[in-house]
Design a protein around this ligand. Structure first.
Ligand code: SAH
Length: 221
């Protein structure tokens, strides 16, 4: 690495520590596993070339194909709501940039992630491999029906807005498991929603308003 590159990396680390203090802790995220993951993952590697200097801003960013990498706070907050530990097997629908995938992989035992846009899936695979994550498996495809060969999952996260909760995904959650998703029951009104499965019934907590791109594919039929 050249001297200039090293200086840049130091600058990115400093921006990342500020991001965690000012955007994440300041807004009330407390889980130390989540905070340490947010301190560790180099978000600037998950944004398109030329946007690296904006990677630690308090905002989502475009990643191509009309998709976005979520705002850092939303990634941290959703991960905290999932209450992940080192024994968890997690399913993510909507790999996108792969940033949320990496955050999950810092904490969980195994992460499975599905992305419907092939070019995004290929790009995120490449960066996740470069960062040497060994506990992530990805596929290209429609996440609507989950990943039956690997089910059940301890946790499921959907990072695209859905008008309803896909039943197949609920059935792939273990008893005691948690699912977090942006639910858009009324057009234009998305609520981050947390589902806890207990004795095969479901407890629903509506958390707060969010803005995600819509889930596409079979859900639209
Ligand atoms: N967590 C990602 C969010 C990306 S935006 C990040 O922070 O980078 C949502 C992603 O969901 C997009 O990449 C979109 O292509 C993907 N997506 C939408 N519908 C999907 C589906 N049915 N199955 C899998 N991925 C889907």
């Amino acid at each position: 690495m050249s001297f200039a590159d090293k200086n840049n990396e130091i600058e990115f680390i400093s921006k990342r520590m500020n991001m965690v203090d000012e955007q994440i802790i300041h807004r009330g995220v407390k889980d130390t596993l989540v905070l340490n993951a947010m301190r560790s993952v180099p978000r600037h590697k998950f944004v398109p070339k030329g946007l690296e200097n904006d990677a630690y801003n308090d905002a989502p960013l475009p990643i191509g194909d009309k998709q976005t990498i979520s705002q850092p706070y939303i990634v941290a907050s959703m991960t905290e709501e999932l209450d992940i530990n080192s024994k968890c097997k997690v399913l993510e629908i909507g790999t996108g940039s792969g940033y949320q995938t990496a955050i999950l992989a810092e904490i969980a035992e195994l992460v499975f992630s599905i992305e419907i846009i092939p070019s995004l899936s290929t790009a995120s695979d490449s960066i996740l491999a470069q960062l040497e994550y060994k506990n992530i498996k990805t596929i290209k495809g429609d996440g609507y029906r989950g990943w039956s060969n690997e089910a059940p999952f301890d946790r499921i996260i959907i990072t695209a807005a859905t008008p309803k909760i896909p039943n197949t995904l609920l059935s792939q959650l273990i008893d005691g498991g948690i699912m977090v998703l942006p639910l858009e029951k009324k057009v234009g009104h998305q609520k981050l929603t947390k589902i806890t499965k207990e004795n095969n019934s479901y407890k629903t907590d509506i958390l707060y308003s969010v803005r995600f791109v819509p889930m596409v594919g079979e859900i639209e039929k």
